[in-house]
Write a protein that binds this ligand. Sequence first.
Ligand code: 9D3
Length: 229
Amino acid sequence: MRIDIVTIFPAMVRGPLSEGIVARAIAKGLLDVGVHDLRDFTTDRHRVVDDMPFGGGPGMVLKPEPLFAAVEAIVGPGEAGRPAIVLTSPDGERLTHGVAKRLAARDHIVILCGRYEGVDERVREHLATETISIGDYVLSGGELPALVIVDAVARLVPGVVGDEASVSGDTFARDGLLDFPQYTRPAEFRGFGVPPVLLSGHHAEIERWRRAQALERTRRHRPDLLRDS
Ligand code: 9D3
Protein backbone atom coordinates (compact mmCIF):
# COMPACT_ATOMS: atom_id res chain seq x y z
CA MET A 1 0.00 0.00 0.00
CA ARG A 2 1.15 3.54 -0.73
CA ILE A 3 0.01 6.71 1.10
CA ASP A 4 1.00 10.24 0.03
CA ILE A 5 0.44 13.21 2.34
CA VAL A 6 0.30 16.77 0.98
CA THR A 7 0.85 19.46 3.63
CA ILE A 8 2.32 22.90 4.26
CA PHE A 9 4.05 21.40 7.37
CA PRO A 10 5.95 18.33 6.09
CA ALA A 11 8.19 18.21 9.17
CA MET A 12 5.12 17.95 11.40
CA VAL A 13 4.08 14.66 9.79
CA ARG A 14 7.54 13.13 9.13
CA GLY A 15 8.44 12.82 12.82
CA PRO A 16 5.59 10.52 13.88
CA LEU A 17 6.00 8.38 10.72
CA SER A 18 9.54 7.53 11.86
CA GLU A 19 8.43 5.77 15.07
CA GLY A 20 6.47 2.72 16.09
CA ILE A 21 4.30 0.37 14.06
CA VAL A 22 4.03 2.69 11.06
CA ALA A 23 7.84 3.04 10.85
CA ARG A 24 8.17 -0.76 11.08
CA ALA A 25 5.59 -1.25 8.32
CA ILE A 26 7.58 1.13 6.11
CA ALA A 27 10.85 -0.65 6.96
CA LYS A 28 9.27 -4.04 6.13
CA GLY A 29 8.14 -2.71 2.74
CA LEU A 30 4.45 -3.28 3.55
CA LEU A 31 3.71 0.44 3.42
CA ASP A 32 5.28 3.34 1.57
CA VAL A 33 4.51 6.87 2.76
CA GLY A 34 5.43 10.00 0.78
CA VAL A 35 5.32 13.45 2.38
CA HIS A 36 5.00 16.42 0.03
CA ASP A 37 5.35 20.15 0.71
CA LEU A 38 2.37 21.91 -0.87
CA ARG A 39 4.61 24.94 -1.56
CA ASP A 40 6.65 22.83 -3.99
CA PHE A 41 3.58 22.86 -6.27
CA THR A 42 3.21 26.64 -6.44
CA THR A 43 4.47 28.55 -9.49
CA ASP A 44 4.90 32.07 -8.06
CA ARG A 45 8.05 33.59 -6.55
CA HIS A 46 6.64 33.68 -3.04
CA ARG A 47 5.21 30.13 -3.07
CA VAL A 48 1.78 31.35 -1.96
CA VAL A 49 -0.68 28.59 -1.05
CA ASP A 50 -3.59 30.65 0.35
CA ASP A 51 -5.72 33.67 -0.43
CA MET A 52 -8.61 35.76 0.93
CA PRO A 53 -12.11 34.25 0.77
CA PHE A 54 -14.39 35.50 -2.03
CA GLY A 55 -17.33 37.25 -0.38
CA GLY A 56 -15.18 38.42 2.51
CA GLY A 57 -14.70 37.11 6.01
CA PRO A 58 -11.81 36.30 8.34
CA GLY A 59 -8.88 34.02 7.64
CA MET A 60 -7.40 32.56 4.52
CA VAL A 61 -8.45 29.76 2.19
CA LEU A 62 -6.11 27.21 0.58
CA LYS A 63 -5.96 27.91 -3.17
CA PRO A 64 -6.98 25.13 -5.56
CA GLU A 65 -4.07 25.23 -8.05
CA PRO A 66 -1.24 23.87 -5.81
CA LEU A 67 -3.47 21.04 -4.50
CA PHE A 68 -4.55 20.00 -8.02
CA ALA A 69 -0.92 20.21 -9.22
CA ALA A 70 0.26 18.09 -6.27
CA VAL A 71 -2.29 15.33 -6.92
CA GLU A 72 -1.53 15.36 -10.66
CA ALA A 73 2.20 14.98 -9.92
CA ILE A 74 1.67 12.22 -7.32
CA VAL A 75 -0.87 10.12 -9.24
CA GLY A 76 0.78 8.34 -12.15
CA PRO A 77 -0.83 9.04 -15.58
CA GLY A 78 -2.24 5.55 -16.11
CA GLU A 79 -2.30 4.48 -12.47
CA ALA A 80 -4.37 1.32 -12.20
CA GLY A 81 -7.27 1.37 -9.73
CA ARG A 82 -7.66 5.12 -9.18
CA PRO A 83 -6.32 6.18 -5.79
CA ALA A 84 -8.51 7.48 -2.97
CA ILE A 85 -8.01 11.24 -2.61
CA VAL A 86 -8.86 12.11 0.99
CA LEU A 87 -9.41 15.71 2.04
CA THR A 88 -9.16 16.23 5.82
CA SER A 89 -11.77 18.68 7.05
CA PRO A 90 -13.77 19.25 10.24
CA ASP A 91 -16.97 18.89 8.20
CA GLY A 92 -16.09 15.54 6.66
CA GLU A 93 -17.37 12.02 7.30
CA ARG A 94 -16.33 10.93 10.81
CA LEU A 95 -13.41 8.48 10.83
CA THR A 96 -14.53 5.11 12.20
CA HIS A 97 -13.12 1.60 12.11
CA GLY A 98 -15.40 1.00 9.10
CA VAL A 99 -13.95 3.97 7.21
CA ALA A 100 -10.41 2.76 8.05
CA LYS A 101 -11.26 -0.72 6.68
CA ARG A 102 -12.64 0.80 3.48
CA LEU A 103 -9.42 2.81 2.99
CA ALA A 104 -7.21 -0.19 3.88
CA ALA A 105 -8.67 -2.02 0.87
CA ARG A 106 -7.15 0.59 -1.49
CA ASP A 107 -3.67 0.31 -3.06
CA HIS A 108 -2.99 4.05 -3.00
CA ILE A 109 -4.32 6.88 -0.82
CA VAL A 110 -3.47 10.57 -1.20
CA ILE A 111 -4.26 12.69 1.87
CA LEU A 112 -4.65 16.46 1.44
CA CYS A 113 -4.23 18.32 4.75
CA GLY A 114 -6.65 21.18 5.21
CA ARG A 115 -5.57 24.32 7.05
CA TYR A 116 -6.57 27.88 7.79
CA GLU A 117 -10.28 28.67 7.66
CA GLY A 118 -10.74 26.14 4.92
CA VAL A 119 -9.95 24.83 1.47
CA ASP A 120 -11.38 26.08 -1.83
CA GLU A 121 -14.59 24.08 -2.30
CA ARG A 122 -13.56 23.02 -5.82
CA VAL A 123 -10.95 20.75 -4.21
CA ARG A 124 -13.65 18.87 -2.33
CA GLU A 125 -15.99 18.78 -5.32
CA HIS A 126 -13.63 17.98 -8.18
CA LEU A 127 -10.41 16.55 -6.70
CA ALA A 128 -11.15 14.69 -3.45
CA THR A 129 -12.96 11.36 -3.55
CA GLU A 130 -13.83 11.63 0.17
CA THR A 131 -13.66 14.17 3.00
CA ILE A 132 -12.82 12.90 6.49
CA SER A 133 -12.95 14.40 10.00
CA ILE A 134 -11.44 12.61 13.00
CA GLY A 135 -13.99 13.93 15.49
CA ASP A 136 -15.92 16.84 16.87
CA TYR A 137 -13.20 19.13 18.18
CA VAL A 138 -11.37 21.97 16.45
CA LEU A 139 -7.76 21.36 15.46
CA SER A 140 -5.50 23.83 13.68
CA GLY A 141 -5.13 21.71 10.56
CA GLY A 142 -5.34 18.30 8.91
CA GLU A 143 -1.78 17.15 9.69
CA LEU A 144 -2.61 15.30 12.93
CA PRO A 145 -5.78 13.85 11.33
CA ALA A 146 -3.65 12.61 8.38
CA LEU A 147 -1.36 10.80 10.84
CA VAL A 148 -4.37 9.34 12.65
CA ILE A 149 -5.71 8.03 9.32
CA VAL A 150 -2.31 6.55 8.37
CA ASP A 151 -2.04 4.81 11.77
CA ALA A 152 -5.58 3.41 11.71
CA VAL A 153 -5.23 2.19 8.10
CA ALA A 154 -1.66 0.82 8.41
CA ARG A 155 -2.55 -1.53 11.27
CA LEU A 156 -5.21 -3.12 9.03
CA VAL A 157 -2.69 -3.94 6.28
CA PRO A 158 -1.90 -7.68 6.56
CA GLY A 159 1.47 -8.27 8.26
CA VAL A 160 1.83 -4.77 9.75
CA VAL A 161 0.74 -5.80 13.25
CA GLY A 162 2.76 -8.84 14.32
CA ASP A 163 -0.09 -10.64 16.07
CA GLU A 164 -3.20 -10.77 13.88
CA ALA A 165 -5.30 -11.79 16.92
CA SER A 166 -4.55 -8.43 18.47
CA VAL A 167 -6.04 -6.67 15.41
CA SER A 168 -9.17 -8.83 15.25
CA GLY A 169 -9.59 -8.61 19.05
CA ASP A 170 -9.35 -4.80 19.17
CA THR A 171 -12.05 -2.54 20.46
CA PHE A 172 -14.60 -2.04 17.65
CA ALA A 173 -13.20 -4.95 15.64
CA ARG A 174 -14.23 -7.69 18.11
CA ASP A 175 -17.97 -7.24 18.48
CA GLY A 176 -18.44 -3.51 18.74
CA LEU A 177 -17.74 -3.54 22.50
CA LEU A 178 -15.06 -1.62 24.37
CA ASP A 179 -12.05 -3.56 25.69
CA PHE A 180 -12.10 -5.43 29.00
CA PRO A 181 -9.59 -4.38 31.72
CA GLN A 182 -6.07 -5.80 31.46
CA TYR A 183 -3.58 -6.52 34.26
CA THR A 184 -0.01 -7.76 34.39
CA ARG A 185 2.49 -8.56 37.14
CA PRO A 186 2.85 -7.87 40.02
CA ALA A 187 -0.36 -9.42 41.34
CA GLU A 188 -0.25 -6.88 44.16
CA PHE A 189 1.04 -3.33 43.55
CA ARG A 190 1.04 -0.74 46.36
CA GLY A 191 -1.70 -2.69 48.03
CA PHE A 192 -3.87 -2.81 44.88
CA GLY A 193 -4.74 -6.31 43.75
CA VAL A 194 -5.88 -7.98 40.53
CA PRO A 195 -9.38 -9.50 40.11
CA PRO A 196 -8.90 -13.03 41.53
CA VAL A 197 -10.71 -14.68 38.60
CA LEU A 198 -7.77 -13.70 36.33
CA LEU A 199 -5.37 -15.64 38.57
CA SER A 200 -7.71 -18.65 38.85
CA GLY A 201 -6.76 -20.44 35.64
CA HIS A 202 -10.47 -21.08 34.89
CA HIS A 203 -10.55 -20.06 31.23
CA ALA A 204 -14.31 -20.23 30.78
CA GLU A 205 -14.85 -18.10 33.89
CA ILE A 206 -12.20 -15.62 32.74
CA GLU A 207 -13.93 -15.35 29.36
CA ARG A 208 -17.31 -14.76 31.08
CA TRP A 209 -15.82 -12.09 33.38
CA ARG A 210 -14.14 -10.27 30.46
CA ARG A 211 -17.33 -10.25 28.41
CA ALA A 212 -19.34 -8.87 31.38
CA GLN A 213 -16.70 -6.16 31.98
CA ALA A 214 -16.65 -5.19 28.29
CA LEU A 215 -20.45 -4.94 28.26
CA GLU A 216 -20.55 -2.89 31.47
CA ARG A 217 -17.88 -0.46 30.21
CA THR A 218 -19.69 -0.06 26.92
CA ARG A 219 -23.01 0.59 28.69
CA ARG A 220 -21.34 3.18 30.95
CA HIS A 221 -19.09 5.06 28.48
CA ARG A 222 -20.50 4.33 25.00
CA PRO A 223 -24.19 3.32 25.17
CA ASP A 224 -24.47 4.49 21.55
CA LEU A 225 -22.42 1.42 20.53
CA LEU A 226 -25.04 -0.92 22.07
CA ARG A 227 -27.96 0.90 20.44
CA ASP A 228 -26.28 0.98 17.00
CA SER A 229 -25.64 -2.77 16.85
C1 9D3 B 1 -15.74 24.30 11.77
C2 9D3 B 1 -14.58 25.20 11.83
N1 9D3 B 1 -14.41 26.06 10.62
C3 9D3 B 1 -15.36 27.20 10.69
C4 9D3 B 1 -14.92 28.43 10.04
C5 9D3 B 1 -13.06 26.57 10.54
C6 9D3 B 1 -11.98 25.59 10.61
C7 9D3 B 1 -11.43 25.20 11.83
C8 9D3 B 1 -10.35 24.34 11.88
C9 9D3 B 1 -11.45 25.06 9.45
C10 9D3 B 1 -10.35 24.20 9.51
C11 9D3 B 1 -9.82 23.86 10.73
C12 9D3 B 1 -8.66 22.98 10.78
N2 9D3 B 1 -9.03 21.59 11.06
C13 9D3 B 1 -8.86 20.65 10.15
O1 9D3 B 1 -8.36 20.94 9.08
C14 9D3 B 1 -9.32 19.29 10.41
C15 9D3 B 1 -9.99 18.72 11.53
C16 9D3 B 1 -10.45 19.27 12.77
O2 9D3 B 1 -10.28 20.45 13.09
N3 9D3 B 1 -11.10 18.42 13.64
C17 9D3 B 1 -11.32 17.11 13.37
N4 9D3 B 1 -10.92 16.57 12.23
C18 9D3 B 1 -10.27 17.37 11.34
S1 9D3 B 1 -9.71 16.86 9.86
C19 9D3 B 1 -9.12 18.34 9.45
